[in-house]
Ligand binder design. Structure first.
Ligand code: SF4
Ligand code: SF4
Length: 496
């Protein structure tokens, strides 16, 4: 057992209000420079929708992530024989049209326009050419267009739905949408790290943050092709690639990343997970339907004496172990099993997990009075307005079992709290729902507290930084090319 520590994240989708404060906080700190105008290390998408870059989930087009060849994970975007031919032009790279042409406005015209009959306007100007442009795409172009035939209907995940389900999803009275905030998942089997011909990407040994060494990057952009989440970006000004750094300078001083700190809906949680690096390759080889459970079992119990012994042997500091024991992420992912990795079938083993969204509570209005029908207040999970098959494509590798489990448990927590606070749902019904959802009253209370009554300290359990113990600063990344990171004493085995 090779125990490693990873700073991991949970985003609770029921709480996201789509305000984009997170994106703006990140933009202001990290990507407001020349060459990074189009970059959004944090972006928030409306689902169903096409996202940023458009249809990023379509791996037939973008060829990101890993696929199993003879039972072994291989990068889809490249191979030993293709890496030379693709190095100057990779046909599956996203283009400017897939992102959008960044623009600004001619603000000066508002002040300098000669006096006339009309109000002056600020026309959009391309930030690439400086010329006026017609805006045809943007980082969140399908914002709130839940039922739009152009954007929502082109969501690749809708392939899982029958024509009837699609029709129902887009029927006006059943329209449903939710927000999907996205950052780099700081994966365990990161495609970006494995694909880089220059060995410029690495996963920090002490906390698992995936970084691009700007001095080593040669701008080949293999990381962009290999990341199935399209979370590395090419800076045309510096000629290097860039990505989310999980605000490591903030983490090292005990502060939450900017997008976490600023999150208005308080949907974000951050904490340490201990995992067994020896099992990365074995996990990435599993069949789609086994991936969620396999990744969960790689995540280790921070109270287990055997794990603690191996962690100490591997040089993990006591304060990091203590943080792992208090980690909110561990509760959501491993104990309650209600947070799931996005598109785990890409096999990069993401370390960002989402609590899938429930459908809204049903109310009806009769004679001007809003009525809550307790009988049908909570949807049956299998008949939810956001179809289970759709959520299963996003969070269950196309299999609905684990997603259904997470939704049923959340629904039972809702029912339990309804019985406690409003009282119009009888105790016996709430208890039955809890029992069917594999949830005790104590667990329901704990989920409720961490979801609805959590403090800043509950949400962000950040271990003190121990840069003095980080060995990768002394090592040559080229020696560790093809391994997950170079903070590992021995590179863990993984695909390719
Ligand atoms: S999401 Fe994973 S594969 Fe993509 S940039 Fe981040 S670590 Fe790399
Ligand atoms: S700041 Fe929080 S609530 Fe607002 S869009 Fe971002 S993740 Fe959602």
């Amino acid at each position: 057992m090779d125990v490693r520590a990873q700073i991991s994240m949970v985003f609770h989708l029921d709480k996201c209000i789509g305000c984009h404060t997170c994106s703006v906080a990140c933009k202001n700190i990290w990507t407001d420079r020349k060459g990074s105008e189009y970059m959004w290390w944090n972006n928030v998408e409306t689902k169903p929708g096409t996202g940023f870059p458009t249809r990023w989930e379509d791996q037939e087009k973008y060829r990101g992530g890993w696929e199993l060849c003879d039972g072994k994970p291989q990068l889809k975007s490249t191979s030993k024989s293709k890496s030379l031919t693709d190095i100057f032009h990779h046909p599956a790279q996203p283009t400017m049209d897939d992102y959008y042409e960044p623009w600004t406005y001619d603000y000066q015209n508002l002040f300098n326009a000669p006096e006339g009959d009309d109000q002056p306007t600020a026309r959009p100007l391309s930030m690439v050419t400086g010329e006026p442009i017609n805006i045809e795409a943007g980082p969140n172009w399908d914002d709130d267009l839940g039922g739009s035939p152009v954007y929502a209907a082109n969501d690749p995940n809708l392939a899982a739905l029958s024509p009837e389900q699609r029709r129902q999803l887009f029927a006006v009275e059943r329209l449903v949408m939710f927000y999907l905030p996205r950052i780099c998942n700081h994966c365990l089997n990161a495609g970006c790290v494995a694909a880089c011909p220059s060995g410029a990407l690495h996963k920090r040994g002490e906390d698992g943050i995936v970084l691009i060494d700007q001095a080593r990057c040669r701008g080949w952009r293999a990381c962009i092709a290999a990341c199935p989440y399209k979370k590395t970006f090419y800076n045309w000004q510096t000629g290097k690639s860039e990505k989310c750094i999980l605000c490591f300078p903030r983490l090292e001083t005990g502060q939450a990343p900017a997008c976490f700190h600023s999150c208005v809906g308080r949907i974000r949680y951050l904490g340490v997970l201990l995992y067994d690096a020896d099992r990365i390759e074995e996990t990435a080889r599993k069949a789609d339907e086994e991936l969620i459970e396999a990744q969960r079992s790689m995540i280790l119990d921070p109270f287990d004496p055997l794990v603690l012994e191996a962690a100490r042997r591997g040089g993990i500091h006591e304060s990091v172990i203590e943080a792992a024991q208090k980690s909110p992420v561990y509760q959501f992912v491993k104990v309650w099993k209600i947070a799931l990795a996005p598109h785990i079938e890409y096999r990069t083993l993401p370390m960002l997990f989402y609590v899938p969204p429930l459908s809204p509570v049903l109310s009806s209005k009769a004679s001007g009075v809003l009525k809550n029908e307790t009988e049908s207040l909570f949807h049956e999970v299998d008949n939810a307005r956001a179809p289970l098959e759709y959520l299963a494509r996003l969070f269950g590798a196309g299999h609905s079992g684990k997603v259904r489990y997470a939704l049923k448990k959340q629904m039972a927590v809702r029912a339990h709290r309804r019985a406690v606070t409003v009282g119009d749902l009888d105790r016996a019904t709430a208890d039955r729902m809890l029992c069917e959802a594999d949830c005790t009253t104590e667990e329901a209370e704990a989920i409720f507290k961490l979801t609805a009554l959590c403090t800043f300290e509950d949400r962000f359990v950040i271990p003190p930084a121990h840069r003095e113990m980080a060995i990768e600063m002394l090592e040559d990344p080229q020696e560790h090319k093809g391994a997950v990171g170079f903070g590992f004493v021995q590179g863990p085995k993984r695909g390719a």
